[in-house]
Design a protein around this ligand. Structure first.
Ligand code: PBG
Length: 329
């Protein structure tokens, strides 16, 4: 038998040795995705038996409390440990009164979920934009969102979530001082065990577009540039995180995810604190739209996206893909 001798390069390092088969690749894999790092967003609306799909977010629904319970139970069964709730109130007004209403959709959903879905971790988004008639994240005077007055409203909303039984409250408004105010009101009222997940570095991003359809929270005039961060900044994100930790945040968040992985990596490295990131509606919508056209392989890019976020330093990921990804893992 003629033997063909393969020419051999004099190489001392051959990285491909560790990529030869799945067993070896798995042995040297540096980052692992597990469903226990996923947080699943739910949009809770009034009514019963409501399950309304959001046009720009295929597979995501506005759900009445009873349907939210079913969805959360199914997510839990898939291995997703936590949900984050957003509310669509019956009524909106100038000061977002429904934000702290004990019988509004979010507060009702928290009670139902804590009662009916065993061991589910319930997180609530705390912001005014879903509750104000103008769609802004706070109380507006003239064309200004007034910080300190807004903070009082946010603290009341967070308290109402804690009273309903939320495990974690997550202020997403980007007002100054809201973490301290929330910590203080929670402690005063005996909720010292309710944790705060702060949207600490939340950028003013076009990637929130589909969410504003989902939560009916688009600002009716102006934009969010006076409180959300300029996409160009990273030192500022570190300052925001430092302030929120000093005010008592237990978990800090970077949002959106993929366009800000550098920010996430720096924050994790600098502070070493529990760090979340939000893979937001527009990021989800882009992948869904391309997948629907057959332009990308959805499960593959979904997993690649989530592992990239984890690799960059996220301990937990808020994602509309939570159930799909958990089922694949
Ligand atoms: C504010 C809030 C927003 C998102 C989460 N909390 C919208 C905004 O700031 O305009 C966006 C989440 C997403 O896009 O998926 N309550």
């Amino acid at each position: 038998m003629p033997v063909t001798t393969t020419p051999t390069l004099a190489l001392t390092r051959r990285p491909r040795r560790l990529r030869r088969n799945e067993a070896i690749r798995s042995l040297v894999r540096e980052t692992r995705l597990t469903p226990d790092c996923f947080i699943y967003p739910l949009f809770v609306c009034p009514g019963r038996g409501v399950r309304r799909e959001i046009g720009s977010m295929p597979g995501v629904f506005q759900l009445s409390v009873d349907e939210a319970v079913k969805e959360a139970a199914a997510a839990k069964a898939d291995g997703v440990p936590a949900v984050i709730l957003f509310g669509l109130p019956d009524q909106k007004d100038l000061v977002g009164s429904a934000a702290a209403d004990p019988d509004a959709p979010v507060q009702s959903a928290v009670r139902a979920l804590k009662r009916e879905v065993r061991d589910l971790l319930v997180i609530t988004d705390v912001c005014m934009c879903e509750y104000t008639s103008h769609g802004h994240c706070g109380i507006v005077e003239g064309d200004e969102i007034v910080n300190d007055v807004t903070v009082e409203h946010l603290a009341q909303a967070a308290l109402s979530h804690a009273v309903a039984g939320a495990d974690i409250v997550a202020p997403s408004d980007m007002m100054d001082g809201r973490v301290a105010a929330i910590r203080s009101i929670l402690d005063d009222r005996g909720f010292d065990q309710t944790a705060i997940m702060s949207y600490a570095a939340k950028y003013c991003s076009g990637f929130y577009g589909p969410f504003r359809e989902a939560a009916d929270s688009a600002p009716q005039f102006g934009d969010r540039r006076s409180h959300q961060m300029d996409p160009a900044n990273v030192d500022e994100a570190l300052r925001e995180v430092e302030i929120d930790l000093a005010e008592g945040a237990d978990i800090v968040m970077v949002k959106p995810a993929l366009p800000y992985l550098d920010v996430l990596a720096k924050i994790k490295e600098r502070f070493g604190q529990p760090t979340a990131t939000y893979h937001v509606s527009g990021e989800y919508a882009m992948l869904k739209a391309a997948a629907q056209r057959g332009w990308i392989d959805e499960p593959r890019v979904m997993m690649e996206t989530l592992i990239a976020i984890k690799r960059a330093g996220a301990d937990m990921i808020i994602t509309y893909f939570a159930r799909d990804a958990a089922r694949l893992l």
